[in-house]
Design a binder for this molecule. Structure first.
Ligand code: NZQ
Ligand code: ZN
Length: 434
């Protein structure tokens, strides 16, 4: 199944280390390249030294895309199902999506659970788990953004879990049993609508943890671009940055892949093209909304991850930053990612040069100048999409950095592709973003 590369944070690290050792033994690990100003990224295929990894691919999510598709959900949920309808703080009631969903589900037995917060909280979700058990709910319909979908994935898993539900995020077990869920997406960003991942927070413990598994794929997701017309600019900006960095985590690595690199670059280029329109237009255009929604889904539905070695260090650090400060997910990434590019510039050199050339047209200058330019372009893109890019911009200082690094040091957790990002690197990344 497709979840084999991301079981949990600890298992991932162990697997990466083992894979790295295996590659070393097989003599497959790429030789470190010498810095040269004449590296030509148009010859990327000549530099492939690590082949595509073996992989299995499975993504069973049925997508229903386009205006008016919400009306179809009554054909997608079993007629006799008792449905838990989950949503957030009320945006769906203000923009008419709730009314469309209720109209489509007329005649169904529905129990509502609203009030799931951004960065869904364990204590809130547990209340829904109790309701599901008492009411014998057998289908969950999540209507909202990543937080609602992820929270619903947790509820769906916890209902079927014997034992302490907190084990779902701490055990590292791949999730293979959960209630079926469907989604109506209202915020393009996470791709949770088409993947088997989820992240929840436990504010009482100041932690934010991910869990994965094939049972977390929604059965269906409805993507109606008109549902995103009501998004505040801040959420569009968060989404643009999140999608950009999902792609970067799967692309800006120590490895080059011919076709999936081109797919990743296509997604990033589309974001760069869409961003000014999304951020400045007063009224959203259907075609822009539709293209953005599809782009976001493609960012993390595992297609560009086929056979690829992946990074995810910035996301892991970002989750700690959210857990300790409450910053939005997208806000954390805009701060951290330029630091990851900078601190890991030697390891990721070839890829950063390729990215710089293919996305931003950077073709001249020595290697470090070109890398500096690629980082500057990335940071400027985040600023232009309305993001602050320094910890100090949010009043965050050294004390939080020490806490975050301490958490990774405590477990001797290394991040990134092949575990190349050590706690020392994590400190450097964060300190470079003060
Ligand atoms: O709560 P309501 O009132 O609905 O308002 C929400 C919320 O305040 C609002 N919103 C959503 N759709 C709207 C809207 N407002 C107006 N019109 C609409 N159409 O937006 C706010 C943020 O919503 P949220 O669901 O939190 O945003 P997002 O989709 O960015 O999700 C973020 C969460 O997803 C996790 C993040 O860590 C974070 O917890 N992620 C999940 C991933 C996954 N499952 O694969 C991967 C990501 O890397 C990420 O970690
Ligand atoms: Zn993300």
């Amino acid at each position: 199944m497709a979840d084999n590369y991301l079981e949990n944070q600890y298992a991932q690290y162990a697997a990466r280390k083992a894979a790295f050792e295996r590659e070393k033994q097989l003599g497959k690990h790429r030789a470190k390249k010498t810095a040269s100003s004449s590296v030509s990224t148009s010859k990327a295929h000549q530099s492939i030294e690590v082949p595509l990894n073996n992989f299995a691919f499975h993504n069973p999510v049925q997508l229903y895309f386009g205006e008016g598709e919400i009306a179809k959900i009554n054909t997608l949920i079993p007629a006799d199902a008792k449905v838990l309808l989950t949503y957030g703080g009320g945006s769906i009631k203000r923009n008419g999506i709730y009314d469309q969903v209720m109209a489509a589900l007329s005649g169904f037995k529905i129990i509502e659970f609203g009030g799931i917060e951004a960065n869904p909280d364990y204590d809130t979700l547990i209340q829904a788990v109790t309701i599901c058990k008492q009411e014998e709910v057998d289908f969950i319909l999540a209507v909202g953004g990543g937080s609602i979908i992820d929270g619903s994935k947790f509820i769906a898993t916890a209902v079927m879990h014997d034992g302490d539900p907190w084990e779902i995020v701490t055990s590292g077990q791949s999730i293979r049993k959960a209630l079926p869920i469907g989604t109506v997406l209202t915020l393009p960003a996470t791709s949770s609508e088409m993947n088997e991942r989820a992240v929840i927070s436990r504010r009482a413990m100041k932690v934010k943890l991910a869990f994965y598994g094939p049972a977390l794929f929604p059965q269906f997701s409805v993507l109606d671009p008109t549902a995103i017309y009501s998004l505040p600019k801040k959420q569009i900006s968060n989404g643009l940055v999140d999608v950009f960095i999902h792609v970067a985590e799967q692309y800006m690595t120590t490895t080059e892949y011919m076709v999936t690199d081109r797919m990743a670059e296509g997604i990033i280029q589309t974001l760069v093209e869409l961003a000014p329109c999304l951020m400045t237009s007063e009224q959203m255009d259907y075609n822009v909304a539709a293209n953005y929604m599809l782009t976001a889904t493609l960012g993390l539905n595992n297609w560009i991850a086929m056979g690829a070695t992946q990074d995810w260090a910035s996301h892991k650090i970002g989750h700690e930053l959210t857990a300790l400060t409450g910053l939005d997910h997208g806000e954390t990434l805009a701060i951290i990612y330029p630091g990851t590019m900078d601190v890991m510039r030697r390891e990721k050199q070839e890829k950063i040069l390729q990215y710089g050339e293919r996305i931003w047209g950077i073709t001249s200058g020595d290697v470090d100048t070109r890398i500096d330019m690629a980082i500057a372009k990335t940071e400027t893109f985040f600023v232009q999409t309305g993001k602050k890019v320094r910890l100090a911009d949010y009043g965050i200082g050294q004390d939080i950095i020490d806490k975050i690094v301490g958490r990774f040091e405590e477990k001797d957790m290394h991040l990134g592709e092949h575990g190349i990002v050590t706690p020392t690197h994590i400190r450097k990344i964060l300190e470079s973003r003060l």
